[in-house]
Design a protein around this ligand. Structure first.
Ligand SMILES: [Fe+2]
Length: 437
């Protein structure tokens, strides 16, 4: 089909169908297992007009429930994550256990109808953990979570997301439909035009892609190289020089042989990993230099290397199809104890963010580490330079408001995709199947 109508980005009718047929029926990533590992730890997850609490009870069981007091409907928790022993409504102080049960009602004797506590617990939602992530499903129907993830689970599992640490948590409110963001991360066609740095460190022109059942897709982007869509430079680029130095190699040794950098970095990282006792046996050479990006249907992008990951989520606004929320959590694998060798191998300071987040072997977790709170801001703050989500993401965010604005034009009716954008098409085909099913 390679084209589809613009209505899906603009109309409230589409938005409503997505609410009842997509968001209510599909497994959704609600957060990270590491954020609910401890007893009493909770996360909240907002999707459109719904809000869900996921909490680990004193019995060790993880449960999900609607974030709405059964007295008058008040949203109970507003923090993205935290720890507590019970949930108390800020309005009239109704209290709920972490299993959702109603345990306290001030002035209960003044309800002449009584307070049937068994009926007034928080409504439960299906929840499961997999691949270091917490998944919820508002209405149980369709495949089990393991069936849903089966096509990609074996590819993601070796990265062990559950053992990585959150180092940044950001959320931007955006003037575009949630799907415009997913589309953006489903093609590399735009990369040479709005991300000029990529030609200095990634091979985007021929990056292999893969389409999976249930609407998931992947792209495997070769790193530690330059883009074959441009002439190969004689000297390592600035970014490649930093990557070489980060693994103890001399950039001068690669003058005139830039094509040899990628295998050299792969070998160097494998040797360093062995020295540091990191188990990289499950990773191919390519995985040591490349970024593997998975788009998990419907709204999650996981961009991952053995040392770090970005978990990105595009969520619809509660009311406006032209607005959405884009969350980006940065994860890092801290390892071992501080040593001169490990410290020397880390990149540091304000080196290109691309290198810092996606290409380094990290030392131990800082002794004063605390899980960062989510920083929420508008896309205008990125355009104004007041906030950044890395150079690349800032470039995407800055552009996407223009996509939504142009789609509203009477001079535009349908998107028209090229073959490389088959990941975009695959996502929309899966979406259509959900909305028609
Ligand atoms: Fe982009």
């Amino acid at each position: 089909m390679r084209n589809f109508c613009k209505d899906r980005y603009l109309s409230r009718d589409w938005m409503e169908r997505e609410r009842t047929r997509l968001w209510a029926r599909t497994w959704l990533v609600a957060g990270l297992s590491s954020d609910v590992a401890a007893t009493g730890a909770y996360i909240t997850f907002d999707i459109g007009s719904e809000s869900i609490i996921i909490a680990r009870g004193s019995d060790g069981v993880l449960r999900a429930m609607h974030n709405a007091c059964t007295h008058r409907g008040t949203r109970l928790l507003t923090e993205v994550c935290g720890r507590l022993s019970r949930i108390v409504c800020p309005y009239h102080a109704w209290a709920f256990g972490l299993d959702g049960s109603l345990i306290g009602v001030p002035g209960a004797e003044r309800f002449s109808n009584g307070v049937p506590k068994a009926q007034l617990g928080l409504r439960a939602v299906e929840v499961e953990e997999a691949l270091g992530m917490v998944f919820v499903r508002l209405a149980p129907c369709g495949p089990t979570l393991s069936e849903f993830l089966a096509p990609v689970a074996n590819l993601i599992a070796p990265y062990r997301l559950e053992t990585m640490t959150v180092t940044d948590d950001q959320s931007v409110t955006h003037r575009c439909n949630w799907k415009a963001i997913i589309d953006n991360f489903a093609e590399l066609y735009h990369v040479p035009f709005i991300h000029p740095i990529h030609r200095r460190l990634f091979e985007c022109a021929t990056a292999p892609i893969e389409l999976f059942a249930h609407g998931h897709t992947a792209v495997y982007v070769p790193g530690a190289t330059t883009d074959s869509g441009f002439p190969q430079p004689d000297r390592p680029t600035d970014v490649l020089a930093m990557q070489l130095q980060a693994v103890g190699l001399d950039p001068e040794q690669f003058v005139g042989r830039v094509g040899a950098i990628r295998p050299a970095i792969q070998q160097a990282k494998r040797a360093i990993a062995a020295q540091q006792g990191l188990n990289y046996a499950g990773f191919s050479d390519a995985q040591l230099s490349d970024i593997w990006q998975f788009n998990l249907f419907p709204n999650v992008i996981l961009s991952i290397t053995p040392e770090s990951a970005w978990l990105m989520t595009s969520r619809p606004d509660a009311e406006d199809p032209g607005r959405s929320h884009f969350d980006m959590v940065t994860l890092v694998r801290f390892h071992g104890s501080e040593s001169d060798a490990a410290a020397a191998l880390r990149t540091s300071g304000d080196d290109a963010a691309e290198v810092g987040t996606h290409f380094r072997l990290n030392g131990p977790k800082p002794a004063d580490y605390t899980r960062p709170k989510r920083d929420c801001f508008s896309h205008e703050a990125i355009i104004a330079g007041e906030k950044t989500m890395t150079v690349t993401i800032d470039e995407d965010i800055s552009l996407l408001g223009r996509v939504q604005a142009g789609m509203a034009s009477s001079g535009f009716e349908r998107v028209w995709l090229l073959d490389e954008e088959c990941r975009v098409q695959h996502f929309h085909d899966a979406l259509d199947a959900c909305l028609e099913g």
